[in-house]
Ligand binder design. Sequence first.
Ligand SMILES: N[C@@H](CCC(=O)N[C@@H](CS)C(=O)NCC(=O)O)C(=O)O
Length: 227
Amino acid sequence: PPIRWRGASLQQMSIKLYGVVISGNVNPIVALCVENGIPHELVATNPMAGETKTDEFRKLNPMHCIPTLDDGGFTMWESKAILRYIANKHSLEAWYPSDTKQRAICDLALDFHTNSFVPIVGSKIIYPAVGFGTATAEEVAEAEKKWKEDVWPAFQHLNQRLEGPFLGGSKPSIADLAFLGYLVMLFGKCPGSFAATTPGLKSYFDALKAALPKYNEYMGPAEGFWK
Ligand SMILES: N[C@@H](CCC(=O)N[C@@H](CS)C(=O)NCC(=O)O)C(=O)O
């Protein structure tokens, strides 16, 4: 196929995003697009119904997961790489700063989300609560200890690096959007959990929602589903 992703017209073309809007890995990307008026088409693709395991889908993404992006034939997966790609393509300076150190803070927060937040809050609280896997009482107790001693203090540290109230500083960055996707599920499905009851996390969540003018437009379905 023609290498259309190098053409100038690409800027106007609608990107295709395969996934479901209730997914905490998908909705940060939809959020970035909607908040910035970036044309996009969400192609409903449900992994729970096996829709990512077809031969056709595996050609787009051999890891058979959502979100998967197709931008005029240029395809990729991994939600945080997709967030960076879209921010780079559209020069979304406010969401992914070009200053080397500010960008490093954003990248750090994105990697921290993947490597420290998701293994604790995703794997040990949210996923078991919604039926994706299990966690023993011992594992949950260990996760709570790690949350209190390491992960939550680290989140607060990162949130102050650009003086807050967001990881992106006075305005949300793509790292804040990555957290948003999971916090909707956490506060909706696990309000009594050790993470959701942490003083400060709820106020961060509420401030983040209030800083996203079109929040209800794209997060309404996820908020409703994860109640
Ligand atoms: N690290 C990936 C995780 C993606 C992921 O786990 N997606 C889930 C749904 S939220 C999925 O598609 N699971 C089905 C599968 O892996 O076959 C990302 O951030 O995009």
